[in-house]
Structure formats: structure tokens, C-alpha cells
Ligand binder design. Structure first.
Ligand SMILES: Nc1nc2c(c(=O)[nH]1)N[C@H]1C(S)=C(S)[C@@H](COP(=O)(O)OP(=O)(O)OC[C@H]3O[C@@H](n4cnc5c(=O)[nH]c(N)nc54)[C@H](O)[C@@H]3O)O[C@H]1N2
Ligand SMILES: Nc1nc2c(c(=O)[nH]1)N[C@H]1C(S)=C(S)[C@@H](COP(=O)(O)OP(=O)(O)OC[C@H]3O[C@@H](n4cnc5c(=O)[nH]c(N)nc54)[C@H](O)[C@@H]3O)O[C@H]1N2
Ligand SMILES: [Mo]
Length: 782
């Protein structure tokens, strides 16, 4: 962020449009750079070839699934960056911490912090010297046990999970935390696909996607809503391109013309690269207003209804799938009534598209016999995300596009095992059946009341209702909204514990007592008492498979996540309800417990032997509806009256722009690999605001000028980031975009999705002000 930029990071912004396709030479150059800077070049070349192969490790990048065909090279540019970033030789050890006080480290950028290397030994904060000092694992575990056992209530501790944790780690974690007595499981998923889970569970009875990899080969139309796969799920570009090649429609709905969605060159097809040929990845591109997707979907449904009535009047072939509607759904009449009640004017106004464009999208949808709809953060991080996703489901149900080959719902997950973590019970609102089965198997009384999600955890820490924070991976301080308040929340704690691979700001925003516990990553060989161990993960298509680390760990003082969790559990609970250390000696013992308690995992260890793993199944994908009615539910939601929040209006000020926060091509969430964003043509800086040139001028600025950004929310707090460069960009009027996490101080903690509690990171009402002097605002004021 601006406040931490050091002289070593290029100060002059350079911006020129990127002319090449996505993937291709640019990607190869970028991978080569990642190799060269990893300090482990030769080893990593071998590693790349093991990515996502049977017997290899699961890519720690995204949660996109793999083609079942073996032997294909299954990594991408950004997967390569993720692997290299983890497999560095640089180390952050006791000597490093002796050199740098925490106060000094706070002045460094997020990029600098992670770049220093892997955490290699357990450390404890020492207030006297303001430094982290080495501590033994035993002492560290005891300290955690002591703090946890001293709390007046187990509900005063927060147990965060980031989505890289393996199934084994996640299962052990939830078992320990529930045996300790709370459901406080704030999870990265609360900021990510929470709305998808909530919405789909109500609509179709299961909170996961209904498609598998093969379905992409049989779809006639694929819609991609609010997603940037060229950067965030590069392996998805291949099936999209194949679809276009065989004449299927690929329809993109995104306010930004994302390069990966326009053109794509496969970096592993040498001929194509030599001729610089590239294939389009889409057949239509629509650029909506931020948050306008629900209106588009409703508009498409309204066209379908119109055509259905015409077809009926003229005795032509029906547009709706009546057999499916009769046999499998409920509430369709209420829904059709709701469509009639939504006016065309409302639809056009809110969508940001013209009626002609919405009609075109509707035609492409109606033309497809088998349609897949994919979506990601552009859909899930809004106030009305749950109704928007239910509108996707409604539209798909009308033509029976769920539960048949080549068709279905595809929320494209983020972190490589975020879906698996949920399956394993990382859930602050756990299903009753799951709790019952834990209780039956382990014979202890599980906590039945709901725990805290991310936003609730921050409030609890701010108000002193929670005093211990444990993070299983991730970077809570930077990933969450309203950064200065989150910093304060963490600093309010008696103890913060971060189980991590790399140094980040969450280690510096610590409680009175604080631990850094260094863990092995996906790429590291994991050896326990009974020998080398594999872990398992679940991808976006509900495929479960194993992952085997390939590299010798940098230090003997690193432990695996399961081993660390077992150590904490034993120090807190003794050997109740299980012998933790016996369990982690051989992870197949953990998998046996998973098989006993979680549906779909029967004979887990046996089925893992199947190359490529096994499919967990999806009830909706098989047209079984786990809803109270036993049918798929049409959800007749009303379009929001106004996308702008009442508490923004209450400031009495009109927003200059609505801003979304997004990822650059050179980052993995809060991990910044570099300061470029190749496909968007940005070089050497991240404190930029993408704005339409006409808007820049309308607001009294010049392109390239710096401005402060303030967000509008009525609660008496000032939310401001300073000195952002205004980039004239091809973006719809009235919109702005900036990088996460730099603009997280602007996202109000209270601005969350209805029913999902997800911070509205894609819809922030902002004003621009003349730039004030930049300084170390965030670090100092927090
Ligand atoms: N290399 C890399 N890979 C990653 C990640 C990473 O940071 N780096 N992160 C991982 C994680 S955890 C996740 S969740 C995924 C994230 O994957 P994405 O969801 O692709 O991530 P974002 O960058 O947030 O992109 C949001 C996209 O939605 C568009 N958008 C924003 N608002 C709206 C809207 O209102 N409507 C529509 N239709 N579009 C909108 C933006 O223009 C942008 O193209 O990627 C995963 N994979
Ligand atoms: N404004 C805004 N905010 C957002 C978003 C947005 O689009 N806009 N996106 C949201 C989304 S989708 C998500 S998922 C969250 C992400 O939130 P998090 O998951 O909390 O954040 P990450 O940046 O992925 O975490 C990076 C850290 O994880 C640790 N780590 C890496 N690998 C491992 C491992 O194998 N084991 C362990 N124990 N630790 C590891 C490293 O120390 C690294 O510094 O952010 C959310 N925040
Ligand atoms: Mo995510």
C-alpha cells in the first residue's frame, strides 16, 4: 500500500494498453521471471511438472479442477508463481527477527514482507524489545493451551481458516475447536463464495456447484459472470476456448474488458505461439453496472416469459422445460408473478445494459440446449448477492439446465481447498446432522449455538468479547474490510497465533502475547511418525484427491498443519476426545474419522487410491433436491430498490463513483508477487484508481494526477486512502476499480451482504478529493 512503499519499488507509474492475448509469450516470460527470482530454479522446474499430476501435489493456486486425462501438463502461469513463491530458499528465522523490530517491519510493504522468505521456526513476541524471539514448540503449545483454558468462555476465542488448509488439517481443527466448546469459525469463505453457498442451499438444496469438468465439453453456451479467469483461474481458459472452437456460445458479463476473456493463447501449444495466433474466448461481451447483474438476469427471464407466452399463443415449441418444472420444482407461479411485477424500466436502469443487449443475452441463453453458468467475486461481494445467485438458479431452472450433462451451476471457487474446508465442518453455522454425527462418534457434547463469521469476529474482538485469535493460514489483517478497525481488533486480543508459511501484516498486528507458528506448505514433503504423508483436497467440481509434497522442507523446525493443530489440541484438552498425537502419526487415521462422520467419504482411504481421486457427488446435479419441499425452489426475490445503501445516502453526499476492488495479475489475494498488472497494462505500481477519462475530467482532475479516495458511510468515521493515481481506463461511466487489499480501509465493516454477511468489496461508494501528503497512515493510525 502507498504507506509502505519503499524506495526499492518503482515510483513512476507506466501505463500502456496490453496488445497481446492472454497466456502465450507474456505468460512464459512471467513464469521464467518467477523461476529466476525463486532462488530454487532447477528444483522448481521438476516441481512444476508434478503440479496436479497423480502422485504429485495439488496446485496451491486456485480451485479449478483438472481434466481427468493424465499426462497433460496441468499448471498455468499463476500456478507457477504460487508454487515458486512457496518453494523459495530465502528464510525468515530468528536472526531475521533479531534484526527487525515489529515497528520497523510495519513500515514495509506487503510485497516486501512476504518476499523475505519462508518462516522457519516458532517465534513469540517480546514486548520489551518489540521483537519476535525463538520459542520451543512445546512452550508454544503450552502457551496456547494456557490462554484457551483461562478464558471464561470458549466463545471468547476465534478460530480463523484460510482455504489452503487440507481436509485433514481442517477436520482436526474443527474437531478440536468443537471439543474445546465453540463454533467460532470465521473463514475466508465468509469474504468469498459465502453467498453462493447460502443462495444455492435454499434454491437447490446444496451449496456447491452442480457441474464437473466433463460438462464443459458438452455445453452449447457458457456464461461467465463477474469473473476474471485469465488471471485468477487460467486453466479455465482452455475449456472456454475449446467451447468457442466447437461453436458454443461463451458469454461474458463484466464491466471490464478482461483480456483473458477476450483472447487466449495456450502457453503449451508451441505452434500457436510461434505464429502468434490466438483464438477468441468469447462470442459476446456485456458490460453491466456494478451490482447490475440481478437486473440483467431478471430481464433475461422476462424475455423468456414473453417468448414462452408467444409460443403458447402460436402453438409453437415451448421455451420453458415444462416436464422439468412439473416434476422437479416448486414456486414457479410466484416467480413468474414476480417477473411480471418487475418493470422493464427498472431492469434497464439498474443493469447498466440496453434492452437490446439484454434481449441478445436472453436469446443466447434460450438457444443453448445445455447451458453452464459460472460466476465468482463480481457476483458474490454485493449486498444483494444471495438474490442475484438465486436469480441465476431461477433462470437455469426455467429451462431445466440443472442436473443434465453439459449444463449446470458453477460457482468457481477461490482458494484451492476452500470448498473442502467447508465439507470438513469449518462452518460457524454447522448443519445439525453434522453435529449429531460428531456427537455420536466422539461422545462429547458439541456446542449447538452459532459461532462468529469474519465480520462478527472482528466486532467481538473490537468490543473485547473475544480475546484469543488463532489463524490457520491466511492474512486476516489484510484480507478483511475496514483495515484500521481490524488492526485494532487484533491488537485488542490477549493472544494472537498465526500458523503460516510466510511473513505478513497479520503477524505485525498482534495481541499482547503473540505466536508465529511456521508450517509446511503443499510443495513440502511431510514426514510423520509413521512415514511420509499425503493430504487431500476438494476442487470446485467436488473431486477429492491427494496431494504429495515434493521438496525437502527448508528447516526441521517447521511442522505440518495437522501436527501443529494436534500439538495445540493436546496442550489444551489432553487426549480428549481422541489421542491427537496418535492421530497425526498417520493421516489415514484422520481420514478414517472423516469417513465415519461425513457423508460421501465412506472407504475414504481406499477410494483415494484411484488415480485422479473420486467424485463426492452432488445431489442437485443428480436431480435430488435436499430442500424442505423436496423440490428445487424458485426464489421470487424483488430487485433492490436502490443499489446505494441507506447509510451512504445518510451522509447527505452524493457518490462521485462506485468502486469495485479486484486482483491484479501479479498477486494471490494479499500475497503480492510483483507490482505489474500485465493484461491491464499497469506497470510498477498498485496505488491506482481505474476511472473513465470523462469522469476524471468531470470530477475536476486530470488523468495521471493523484487523488485521495474517501468512502461514504454514515457512522462518523473517516475512511480514506491517500495519493492514488487516476488512470484513464476503458471502464463504464460512473465506475471505478482499484486493487485489493490497498483499498480495504474504504470498505465499511457494516456494509455486508444480506444473508451472507460478506463485505461488499465490489460496491463501495466513493468520492475523490485533492491528494493530501502521503504518509505511513495505516501503520501509524492503527
Ligand atoms: N492468480 C490468482 N489466482 C487466484 C486468486 C488471486 O488472487 N490470484 N485468488 C483466488 C481467490 S481466493 C478467489 S475468490 C478467486 C477470485 O477470482 P475473481 O472473482 O475472478 O477475482 P476478482 O479479481 O475479485 O475479479 C472479479 C471480476 O469481477 C468483475 N466485477 C466486479 N464487479 C462486478 C459486478 O458487479 N458485476 C459483474 N458482472 N462483474 C463484476 C471484475 O471486473 C473482475 O473481472 O481467484 C482465486 N485465484
Ligand atoms: N477488498 C477486498 N477484500 C477481499 C477480497 C476482495 O476481492 N476485495 N477477496 C476476499 C477473498 S475472495 C478471500 S478468499 C480472502 C482471502 O483471505 P486469506 O485467505 O486470509 O488471505 P491470503 O492472502 O490468501 O493469505 C496469505 C497468507 O497465507 C499464508 N499461507 C500460504 N500458504 C499457506 C499454507 O499452505 N498453510 C498456511 N497455514 N498458511 C499459508 C501465508 O502466510 C500468506 O501470507 O480475502 C477477501 N478480501
Ligand atoms: Mo476467495
Amino acid at each position: 500500500m502507498s504507506m509502505h512503499h519503499q524506495a526499492d519499488q518503482t515510483p513512476t507509474p507506466r501505463y500502456k494498453p496490453y496488445k497481446g492475448p492472454a497466456g502465450g509469450w507474456g505468460a512464459l516470460i512471467s513464469v521464467a521471471q518467477a523461476w529466476l527470482t525463486s532462488d530454487n530454479a532447477m528444483k522448481n522446474l521438476r516441481m512444476m511438472l508434478k503440479t496436479n499430476q497423480n502422485g504429485g501435489f495439488d496446485c496451491p493456486g486456485c480451485a479449478w479442477g483438472d481434466s481427468p486425462e493424465s499426462g497433460m501438463v496441468k499448471f498455468c502461469e499463476n500456478g507457477a508463481k504460487a508454487v515458486n513463491w512457496e518453494a523459495t530458499k530465502r528464510r525468515v528465522d530468528a536472526a531475521f527477527f533479531a534484526k527487525h523490530s515489529v515497528t520497523a517491519l510495519l513500515e514495509q510493504s506487503d510485497y516486501w514482507l512476504e518476499y523475505q522468505g519462508r518462516l522457519t521456526e516458532p517465534m513469540r513476541y517480546d514486548a520489551e524489545t518489540d521483537r519476535y524471539k525463538a520459542i520451543s514448540w512445546e512452550a508454544a503449545f503450552d502457551l496456547v493451551g494456557k490462554h484457551l483454558n483461562a478464558l471464561p468462555s470458549p466463545d471468547m476465542a476465534e478460530f480463523y481458516t484460510s482455504g489452503r488448509a487440507s481436509n485433514e488439517a481442517a477436520y482436526l481443527y474443527q474437531l478440536f475447536v468443537r471439543a474445546y466448546g465453540t463454533n467460532n469459525f470465521p473463514d475466508c469463505s465468509n469474504m468469498c463464495h459465502e453467498a453462493s453457498g447460502v443462495a444455492l442451499a435454499q434454491s437447490v438444496g446444496v451449496g456447491k456447484g452442480t457441474v464437473t469438468f466433463d460438462d464443459f465439453e458438452h455445453a452449447d453456451a457458457i456464461f461467465v459472470w463477474g469473473q476474471n479467469p485469465g488471471t485468477n483461474h487460467p486453466r479455465m481458459l482452455e475449456p472456454l476456448r475449446e467451447a468457442v472452437k466447437r461453436g458454443a456460445q461463451v458469454v461474458c458479463i463484466n464491466p471490464l474488458k478482461e483480456r483473458g476473456l477476450e483472447r487466449f493463447q495456450h502457453p503449451q501449444h508451441p505452434l500457436e505461439m510461434l505464429t502468434n495466433g490466438d483464438k477468441p474466448t468469447n462470442t459476446a461481451y456485456f458490460r453491466p453496472a456494478l451490482g447490475g447483474d440481478m437486473a440483467i438476469l431478471r430481464g433475461m427471464a422476462k424475455f423468456l416469459l414473453l417468448w414462452e407466452r408467444q409460443a403458447q399463443a402460436e402453438g409453437k415449441e415451448a421455451v420453458f422445460d415444462h416436464d422439468f418444472l412439473n416434476e422437479h420444482t416448486t414456486n414457479v407461479l410466484e416467480y413468474l408473478g414476480q417477473i411480471d411485477d418487475t418493470s422493464w424500466d427498472e431492469i434497464v436502469e439498474q443493469s447498466g445494459l440496453s434492452l437490446v443487449e439484454i434481449e441478445q443475452a436472453a436469446r443466447m441463453y434460450a438457444k443453448g440446449k445445455n447451458v453452464i453458468m459460472c460466476w465468482a467475486m463480481g457476483i458474490t461481494q454485493h449486498r444483494h448477492s444471495v438474490p442475484t445467485i438465486q436469480e441465476i438458479a431461477n433462470l437455469m431452472l426455467l429451462r431445466g439446465n440443472i442436473g443434465r450433462p453439459g449444463a449446470g451451476l458453477c460457482p468457481v471457487r477461490g482458494h484451492s481447498n476452500v470448498q473442502g474446508d467447508r465439507t470438513m465442518g469449518i462452518n460457524e453455522r454447522p448443519p445439525v446432522a453434522f453435529l449429531d454425527s460428531l456427537e455420536r462418534r466422539f461422545q462429547f457434547q458439541v456446542p449447538r449455538h452459532n459461532g462468529h463469521n469474519v465480520v462478527e469476529a472482528i466486532h467481538a474482538m473490537l468490543e473485547g468479547r473475544s480475546k484469543v485469535f488463532i489463524g490457520l493460514g491466511g492474512n486476516f489483517a489484510q484480507a478483511t474490510p475496514d483495515s484500521p478497525r481490524t488492526f485494532e481488533a487484533l491488537r485488542n486480543c490477549d493472544l494472537t497465533v498465526q500458523i503460516s508459511t510466510k511473513l505478513n501484516r497479520s503477524h505485525l498486528m498482534h495481541g499482547k502475547d503473540a505466536l508465529i507458528l511456521p508450517c509446511l506448505g503443499r510443495t513440502d514433503i511431510d514426514i510423520q511418525a509413521e512415514g511420509p504423508q499425503a493430504v487431500t483436497v476438494e476442487d470446485s467440481f467436488s473431486m477429492v484427491h491427494d496431494s504429495n509434497g515434493q521438496l525437502q522442507p527448508l528447516s526441521k523446525l517447521m511442522k505440518s498443519e495437522p501436527a501443529i493443530l494436534a500439538g495445540i489440541a493436546a496442550a489444551t484438552l489432553g487426549s480428549k476426545p481422541v489421542d491427537w498425537n496418535w492421530l497425526v502419526a498417520d493421516y489415514s487415521r484422520i481420514r478414517d474419522l472423516i469417513a465415519d462422520t461425513i457423508p460421501g467419504f465412506k472407504d475414504f482411504n481406499e477410494r483415494l487410491k484411484h488415480p485422479g481421486g473420486f467424485y463426492l457427488g452432488n445431489s442437485a446435479g443428480a436431480r435430488r433436491w435436499n430442500t424442505p419441499s423436496g423440490r428445487a425452489n424458485f426464489r421470487p426475490n424483488v430487485l433492490p430498490k436502490d443499489l446505494i445503501h441507506e447509510r451512504t445516502h445518510a451522509t447527505g453526499r452524493v457518490p462521485d463513483l462506485i468502486m469495485q476492488s479486484m486482483r491484479s495479475h501479479d498477486q494471490y489475494n494479499t500475497t503480492i508477487y510483483g507490482l505489474d498488472d500485465r493484461y491491464r497494462g499497469v506497470k510498477g505500481q498498485r496505488d491506482v484508481l481505474f476511472v473513465n477519462e470523462a469522469d476524471i475530467i468531470r470530477l475536476g482532475f486530470k488523468p495521471g494526477q493523484k487523488a485521495d479516495i474517501v468512502s461514504l458511510w454514515e457512522d462518523g468515521r473517516e475512511r480514506r486512502v491517500k495519493g492514488f493515481t487516476l488512470l484513464a481506463f476503458d471502464i463504464p461511466a460512473g465506475q471505478a476499480a482499484a486493487y485489493y487489499p490497498e483499498v480495504n480501509p474504504l470498505v465499511p465493516l457494516e456494509s455486508t451482504g444480506d444473508g451472507s454477511h460478506t463485505p461488499t468489496s465490489k460496491f463501495v461508494a466513493i468520492r475523490l478529493e485533492a491528494a493530501s501528503a502521503t504518509g505511513l497512515i495505516m501503520a501509524r493510525s492503527a
